[in-house]
Structures are given as structure tokens and as C-alpha cells.
Design a protein around this ligand. Structure first.
Ligand SMILES: *[C@@H]1O[C@H](CO)[C@@H](O)[C@H](O)[C@H]1NC(C)=O
Ligand SMILES: *[C@@H]1O[C@H](CO)[C@@H](O)[C@H](O)[C@H]1NC(C)=O
Ligand SMILES: *[C@@H]1O[C@H](CO)[C@@H](O)[C@H](O)[C@H]1NC(C)=O
Ligand SMILES: *[C@@H]1O[C@H](CO)[C@@H](O)[C@H](O)[C@H]1NC(C)=O
Ligand SMILES: *[C@@H]1O[C@H](CO)[C@@H](O)[C@H](O)[C@H]1NC(C)=O
Ligand SMILES: *[C@@H]1O[C@H](CO)[C@@H](O)[C@H](O)[C@H]1NC(C)=O
Ligand SMILES: *[C@@H]1O[C@H](CO)[C@@H](O)[C@H](O)[C@H]1NC(C)=O
Length: 410
């Protein structure tokens, strides 16, 4: 796309006309805010500011009118390559800003980070989105106090030098005000960088994948090594290689690496019941397991950066069932997502096993599950052409057939 910024503006102006951004700003920032109280011998002075709203471009001409004393500011804050302010000027002008209501767009700026926004704790979007794109020198975002983004799109892309995010506290996102009004609950996160070695930390990834209704549509790079201990729970290292069984420890909530289960450690799998997230892959082979029911608390698998499917289950001759009651999301890039090969025929005969993964867990851009090389679609087609008595769920068909036969006898 030649000029995504223009496009963004076009989209903004052609948006749902029911949403009135200036009313939104007034409702959020129109109230008087207390600046300070000065008590002298004769009088008490109360300084109030009614206007924490800023319209227009921020540059050296307009900087004086930026409401920099407010902690909550309403503005569609766009900083681009035309902005003639230095990072120190920006740092000063934003030094009190904790909450930005409107949107944040950093586009083609000259800055190496967005640390001038390090006091910012939340961004709440009206019409436009949260976008940090095509900043040719930006190496990290560095908004370390940011916890909340209420914007339907979080877009960090095209920043050629971006090595890391450094937004470790961003753990809550919800749709923008406009979309909430229209009952659009989805949130899309697109983050990438062309920079070799770009990575997202395990803490950041956990925060993202744990957001309700999130679609991690595009997520480049891998997870930075080593994994970081979470503030609650315990991160444990798994294996480097799929032919080396994982040493299964007690009480791990996060696993980093390839979780390999084979005949050498299969007797310990019950200890995996505390695991909530795998930053890596799950790899089960050659076991005598009859069911996979020991990952009761597993919610997420992030296979980013691994050249393996998120789940591989192969050559388990007795395996005929699984249960992942809490699994909500699998994110991988490029590779097939879930591969079951050479276990019992149960998985092939009943397409519900395949469909479980396909219907509930996919994230944008993922490859579909494969069961003995078949897609779920193929398994469903085959199941439908097989005689109906194989499946309980075709019971109604059996009844119809019975009914027809009875009708014929009569
Ligand atoms: C600052 O922005 C305003 C409004 O877009 C514009 O009129 C003015 O020329 C700009 N000043 C500079 C120094 O770029
Ligand atoms: C970030 O937040 C913490 C805790 O609220 C605060 O102590 C710290 O000063 C903030 N840092 C910046 C740069 O605003
Ligand atoms: C949004 O959902 C609420 C409750 O479900 C409903 O009353 C309202 O009409 C919906 N609004 C739109 C714009 O669909
Ligand atoms: C995991 O392994 C890395 C080295 O690959 C090491 O630096 C880190 O401390 C280990 N973490 C734990 C929790 O054992
Ligand atoms: C699996 O079970 C079979 C028969 O029950 C047995 O022969 C085989 O040794 C077992 N394999 C492992 C790895 O425990
Ligand atoms: C299928 O699994 C069985 C038992 O684990 C194994 O002996 C056989 O070699 C496997 N077949 C293939 C094609 O991998
Ligand atoms: C498969 O496992 C689930 C959960 O443990 C269980 O409810 C179900 O009955 C099992 N299915 C079969 C066919 O054994």
C-alpha cells in the first residue's frame, strides 16, 4: 500500500456516521479538571482547566496550545514525518499524560523509540486506531507504563529497525468506543518487523494471547529467549529437540520450548496439569497413552518461531481420545497447526476430533489441522458417505431408515 496513513484517514471519515467523536471527547474530557490549589493569606485560588481536548496537528506552532498539564487528554494524536519537534520536546509536552482518548498514530517519524510516551497508561480510541507504522529508525516501542488499549485495531508494522516491543505491562484490550456502540467486539493485533531477530517476550505474548476476543492476525518474529518468569506462576524450560524427552517438573504454569512426551517420561504426564501456556510446541509420540487428558488447564499454545506444528501426536497405537477442556487459542506462523498421524482409527472415523481444533482455536493465517494427512473437511465428507450406524450422532438417520423400512413392510 502506497500511503496507509491517507487510507486510514479515508476509513475514518467514511466510518459509521452515528459515532460523534467531538461529543465523545466532550463526554470524556469536557469536565473541569483540578489543576492546582493555591492558598494565600487572603484567598484560596482554585485553578481549573476545562479543556483537555486538543484538535489538529502537534508541531512547533501548535505545541503551546497542547493541554500538557492534563493527565487525561482527548486528541486524535498523530505524529508523522512533518512533525518538527524533538523527542525531548515531546517528552516534556506529554510528561503528565496518562490517558489518551482519541487515537495514537505514529507514522514515518524519525524517532528511535516511543519512550516520549512512557508515562502513558491507557489509550482509548474513538474513530481511528492504535498505529505505529513505517517509522524507519524505531528500534523499540518502549511504552513501559502502558497497560490498556481500548482500540479495535492495534497495528505495529513496517518499522524496519524494530528489535523489540518493550511494552511489558500491556495486558488489557477492548474494542474502540465506536465499535462498542456498534456491538463489534473483536480486537485485531498485527505486529511485525523485518528486523532479523525481532522478538516478543513471553510476558508480552501471554498478555496478548490472553486478551478476550483477540485475533492475533499477524505476529512476526518469535518469542525472545530465554522465557521470563511470570509475576504469578512458574515458567519451566522444555526440550530443545523433539527426540529428547522433556524433564517434567511440578507446578509449571508456563512451558518454554518443545514439550516432548515419549516412552521415557510418559509416566509423569499428570504433572503437566498445571500448565496454562506452551511457548513452543506439544509433541507426543510412541507412547502407550489411550487418551490425552492431562493438560486440563492448558489454555494457549504459541508456536511462533518454531518450524513445527503447534501439536504433533504420532505413532501412539492405543490413543483414541483427547480432552483439552480449557484450550482457547493456538497461534503459529506458517506451519501446519495440528498434526495427528498413525494413532487409532478413532480420530479418522469421527471428524469431531479434527473439528475441535479447526472450529475453535484457529487464529488468522494458520494452516488447518491434518489427521493422517486429511483435512477436517475430507474427514467429514468421508464420514458422511460411510454407513450411518457408525455414529451415534447419525441416530436420527437410523431412525429414518428404520421408519422407512417399517413403512415398506406395512
Ligand atoms: C503546524 O500545523 C499547523 C496545522 O496543521 C500548520 O498550519 C502549521 O504550518 C504547522 N507548523 C509547522 C511549523 O509545521
Ligand atoms: C510508571 O508507573 C509507576 C507506577 O504507577 C510510576 O511509579 C512511574 O513513575 C511511572 N513511570 C513513568 C515514566 O511515568
Ligand atoms: C447492541 O447490543 C445491544 C444488546 O445486545 C442491543 O440492545 C443494541 O441494539 C445493539 N446495538 C446495535 C447497534 O446493534
Ligand atoms: C531456561 O534455559 C535458559 C537457557 O536456554 C536459561 O538461561 C534459563 O535460566 C532457564 N530457565 C529456567 C527457568 O530454568
Ligand atoms: C506398551 O504396551 C505394550 C502392550 O501392553 C507393551 O508390549 C509395550 O512394551 C508397552 N510399551 C511401552 C513403551 O511401555
Ligand atoms: C505407526 O505406529 C506403529 C506403532 O507405533 C509403528 O510401528 C509404525 O511404524 C508406524 N507407522 C508409520 C508409517 O509411522
Ligand atoms: C473422551 O474423553 C472425554 C473427556 O475425558 C470423555 O468425556 C469421553 O467420554 C471420552 N470419549 C470416549 C469415546 O471414551
Amino acid at each position: 500500500m502506497k500511503n496507509p496513513f491517507l487510507l486510514a484517514i479515508l476509513i475514518v471519515t467514511s466510518h459509521c456516521l452515528d459515532f460523534n467523536e467531538s461529543e465523545f471527547f466532550k463526554s470524556k474530557c469536557g469536565k473541569f479538571t483540578l489543576l492546582r490549589i493555591l492558598i494565600t493569606k487572603e484567598r484560596m485560588y482554585i485553578f481549573l482547566d476545562a479543556s483537555c481536548i486538543f484538535y489538529g496537528d502537534l508541531n512547533s506552532t501548535t505545541i503551546g496550545s497542547f493541554p500538557s498539564s492534563c493527565t487525561t487528554i482527548c486528541a486524535r494524536l498523530g505524529i508523522d514525518n512533518n512533525c518538527d519537534l524533538s523527542k525531548n520536546q515531546l517528552m516534556l509536552v506529554f510528561q503528565n499524560m496518562k490517558h489518551l482518548i482519541g487515537s495514537l498514530i505514529l507514522y514515518r517519524t524519525k524517532f528511535t523509540s516511543a519512550k516520549f510516551l512512557r508515562t502513558l497508561e491507557s489509550v482509548e480510541c474513538g474513530l481511528a486506531d492504535f498505529t505505529i507504522s513505517y517509522n524507519p529508525k524505531m528500534e523499540e516501542i518502549g511504552m513501559t507504563n502502558l497497560t490498556t488499549i481500548k482500540c479495535s485495531l492495534i497495528d505495529i508494522h513496517g518499522n524496519e529497525e524494530l528489535k523489540k516491543l518493550n511494552i511489558p505491562n500491556l495486558n488489557y484490550a477492548s474494542p474502540s468506543a465506536e465499535n462498542l456502540e456498534a456491538n463489534k467486539t473483536g480486537i485485531e493485533i498485527n505486529i511485525d518487523s523485518e528486523k532479523y531477530g525481532f522478538c516478543i517476550t513471553s510476558v508480552e505474548m501471554y498478555n496478548f494471547i490472553n486478551i478476550e476476543n483477540v485475533n492475533l492476525k499477524k505476529l512476526g518474529g518469535g518469542i525472545c529467549e530465554p522465557g521470563i518468569q511470570p509475576s504469578s506462576g512458574k515458567l519451566c524450560n522444555a526440550s530443545h529437540n523433539v527426540d529428547e524427552e522433556t524433564e517434567i517438573q511440578d507446578g509449571c504454569t508456563q512451558m518454554f520450548g518443545k514439550v516432548v512426551i515419549n516412552p521415557k517420561n510418559v509416566q509423569n504426564v499428570q504433572k503437566l496439569s498445571s500448565v496454562e501456556i506452551i511457548f513452543g510446541v506439544l509433541y507426543i509420540e510412541n507412547t502407550n497413552l489411550t487418551t490425552i487428558d492431562f493438560l486440563q488447564n492448558l489454555k494457549y499454545i504459541s508456536a511462533l518461531g518454531y518450524g513445527y506444528p503447534a501439536i504433533t501426536v504420532q505413532n501412539n497405537p492405543y490413543l483414541s481420545n483427547f480432552s483439552f477442556p480449557n484450550l482457547k487459542r493456538i497461534k503459529n506462523n506458517g506451519e501446519s497447526s495440528v498434526v495427528f498421524t498413525n494413532n487409532t482409527q478413532e480420530f479418522i472415523l469421527d471428524p469431531k476430533y479434527c473439528s475441535f481444533f479447526e472450529d475453535q482455536l484457529g487464529q488468522g493465517g494458520w494452516e488447518k489441522p491434518k489427521f493422517d494427512g486429511n483435512s477436517c473437511y475430507t474427514l467429514i465428507q468421508e464420514a458422511n458417505t460411510r454407513p450411518p450406524y457408525k455414529f451415534a450422532k447419525n441416530l436420527d438417520l437410523i431412525i429414518v431408515v428404520l421408519f422407512m423400512s417399517i413403512a415398506q413392510i406395512l
